[in-house]
Design a protein around this ligand. Sequence first.
Ligand code: NAD
Ligand code: UD1
Length: 341
Amino acid sequence: MSTGEILVTGGTGFIGSHCCVSLMKQGYRVVVVDNLSNSDAGVIDRIASITGSRPAFYIADVRNADEMDRVLRRHDISAAIHFAGLKAVGESVAVPLRYFDNNVGGTIALCQVLNTHGIKRLIFSSSATVYGAPDRVPVAEDAPLRPASPYGHSKAMVEQILADLSHADPEWRIGILRYFNPAGAHESGLIGESPRGTPNNLVPFLAQVAAGQRDALNIFGNDYPTPDGTGIRDYIHVMDLAEGHCAALEALLQGQPGFTVNLGSGRGHSVLDVVRAFEAACGHAIPCHHAPRRAGDVAEYYADPSRAMTLLGWESRRDLESICRDAWHSQCRQSNGASQR
Ligand code: NAD
Ligand code: UD1
């Protein structure tokens, strides 16, 4: 499938770039908008290398109505996938206004300009962070929302705004996707995660330690009430996530009403599980130290992904080994200067 152009905001970022690849492989024409605040324009070349064709690309900020209007006038967009936003939890605590401006203000501005152009199909990148510390695992979509950071609040606020928008105007069909822990890279290694500065997340940090760019992994806490004492998360391969977006888009374009779904694997892995899998992928031991728990971390969460299967016919297919293998491949290509920034 399919016809129509798809607007992808944040399309040169980590998840957006992989989603562009999946969309283009499925025959969609893609229009990327990104302000390059956390990515590089060279990603477009690498998407073109993988897919054999180039998405349209505009350097623009979703908060700039004039720029967005100009883009939408030039294309026949049938739906938008909105990845553009800021995502660092710690930074959001330090500069909350920047997060509300970009994540909440950016989404409002985007919806306004889409509305003006009569484009009322939208997929939004939310996060399992909206659940905060869950009462039970696996976490289903009807679990209480208790975001614990300005970043998490910004996602929960946008979810509310989008619910109110589709309530006010039923022509809007909006898919809210709550991602668990995206990791890995496209199997080519040409695109992947390339965080600026020190990585906050486990897999990119491990990749840099394995590549010798950092001395050791600090394991944040080994006294959690989990089998090996380290935190348990639901790591989902970024290509599975990308395919989940295609399934969500397909559902919206075929007339399905709006939905909120978890995108996770439904499996929990401890920090030590991930370290072992990464060691197997890179072929050598990775130095680790035990460190105190990280503020704000919870012991364990993983998704109940059953609604995604019921509504979208989607489930994750790739395992932790694939995540680590592809993250390592991408890291090696980056180290050789072949990828990312
Ligand atoms: P990313 O930083 O790699 O990609 C986001 C992209 O958006 C970047 O290319 C950045 O330059 C762009 N951008 C930011 N603000 C913009 C603006 N105002 N206008 C235009 N472009 C802008 O992040 P990612 O990991 O690909 O995350 C994508 C989305 O998914 C984000 O909304 C994030 O909050 C959400 N999410 C990510 C994770 C994760 O672990 N990576 C988990 C849950 C949810
Ligand atoms: C973090 C974010 C969350 C976001 C998610 C996915 C916080 C508090 N939460 O969650 O909002 O949705 O990423 O992007 O930042 N770990 C180490 N050493 C490290 C890094 C991580 O031991 O150097 C551990 C953590 O304690 C955790 C696990 O690895 O147990 C995963 O950490 P991380 O990748 O940061 O993801 P989350 O904590 O789930």
